[in-house]
Design a protein around this ligand. Structure first.
Ligand SMILES: [Zn+2]
Length: 403
């Protein structure tokens, strides 16, 4: 099976293979709604309750955000899935999105997490492909994980990291890259490519790299290294070194929960995913002009939006101070299974180095807004997660920018 295959569906039940384009080769374009069943999962089985009890984790309510103090929940996650495993599982998912069974990348990774006890230093691609082949041969996820008592834990833990990153959404693409079926018919009866952009429906990676396309950066795995400003502590995030003013991109759609000055993070943004489980932290933003205009606490952003600008603010109780030597984005990802974990001694920050390397597959293209210090995304998306949140919060005091 070719994992670099690009599939265009020309209509229900019809699939055409087409050539690669750099911007979209990892996505499936879907002109009509598809049903994408994920394999039946019931993580809250008696088995999992027993597991969580034995781990001191106890049980949890899958798919919901428990209020502080309510029920039981996962207390710790080590996320060390390497980029190559993320990408391989992702391609299994995308390549089977119109098949039965549709193989979930999170299921595959949770299976391997259970198999390896979370130690992905043991990762072998053949292990993943073998599990996928068993699913394709008709075995259920329940069957292949029957003797893995830790599987429900890994499914919930990895799901908290990854569940919002992949799915179906609408996006603009360049007409030049669009398949014929996505284009209007011109007067001569041929597909009309005169418009610059065209909307298509895709199934694929909805999440973006935190750094805009075309802007260089460097990075290494610096999670957990020692930091001494303020007090001795561990580095609970990932630094991406780049030039001041580099546009910073919303990795996932969500709601701005924190904005403004923080002694450690300087000008920072905290954005919560709509399912409440992921809190993205973007820090050390640019002096004097840290944020995209119009952004405020409560704003909804879409994956791929420009939200701010790389800088070197922070390490000061005085606002707008440049006390960071090397300009960089500090990117952090916190998991929240229960609101009591949001702040305090129970916070779960994961190592996102490998995840960020994976997200480099999808970088938001931006253009300079002339006469300003801002950049803007070139291709808009419509994320169903935003539509659902809008319906849910329609009466709440949340602002939805026009674009
Ligand atoms: Zn950092």
């Amino acid at each position: 099976m070719s994992f670099l295959r690009k599939i265009f569906s020309a209509g229900p039940g019809t699939v055409l293979a087409a050539g690669l384009t750099a911007s979209a080769f990892f996505l499936v374009l879907i002109p009509a709604l598809i049903s994408a069943p994920s394999p039946g999962q019931d993580p809250e089985s008696s088995l999992s309750r027993a597991l969580f009890s034995s781990l001191g984790i106890r049980s949890f309510s899958p798919g919901s955000i428990p209020a502080a103090g309510e029920g039981d929940y996962i207390h710790w996650v080590d996320f060390n899935v390497p980029e190559e495993a993320l990408e391989r599982a992702f391609r299994w998912d995308v390549d089977t999105c119109q098949s039965d069974p549709h193989i979930s990348w999170v299921d595959l990774l949770a299976y391997l997490g259970a198999k390896y006890g979370g130690e992905f230093s043991q990762y072998r691609q053949a292990d993943m492909d073998e599990a996928a082949a068993r699913l394709q041969n008709g075995e259920s996820m329940e069957a292949i994980t029957e003797n893995m008592k830790y599987y429900p834990y890994y499914r919930e833990a990895y799901g908290a990291v990854l569940d919002g990153l992949l799915g179906q959404y609408e996006t603009e693409i360049a007409s030049a890259d669009a398949p014929d079926f996505a284009l209007p018919t011109g007067e001569n009866g041929e597909p009309d490519r005169s418009a610059e952009k065209v909307w298509v429906t895709k199934y694929g990676l909805k999440a973006f790299s935190p750094i805009a396309s075309g802007f260089p950066y460097s990075e290494y795995d610096d999670f957990g290294v020692s930091r001494t400003y303020g007090y001795r502590r561990q580095h609970l995030g990932h630094d991406m070194m780049g030039q001041v003013g580099t546009p910073i991109i919303a990795v996932e759609s969500g709601r701005v929960e924190a904005m403004g000055w923080n002694q450690y993070g300087g000008w920072r943004l905290g954005i919560r995913s709509f399912d409440g489980k992921r809190y993205y932290y973007y820090a050390h933003l640019r002096q004097n002009y840290p944020y995209q205009s119009g952004l405020e606490e409560g704003s909804v952003v879409q994956a791929g939006d420009v939200i701010g600008y790389l800088g070197r603010t922070g390490y000061s109780t005085t606002e707008n101070t440049n006390n960071i030597d090397e300009p960089h984005l500090h990117f952090g990802l916190q998991l929240i299974f229960d609101e009591s974990q949001k702040e305090g001694n129970n916070e779960i920050w994961i190592n996102c180095y490998e995840l960020v390397k994976f997200l480099a597959l999808h970088r938001s293209e931006v253009h300079k807004v002339e006469g300003t210090k801002e950049w803007k995304r070139v291709y808009e998306i419509r994320d169903p997660a935003v539509t659902e949140a809008q319906a849910h919060f329609s009466s709440a005091s949340i602002s939805f920018p026009a674009s």
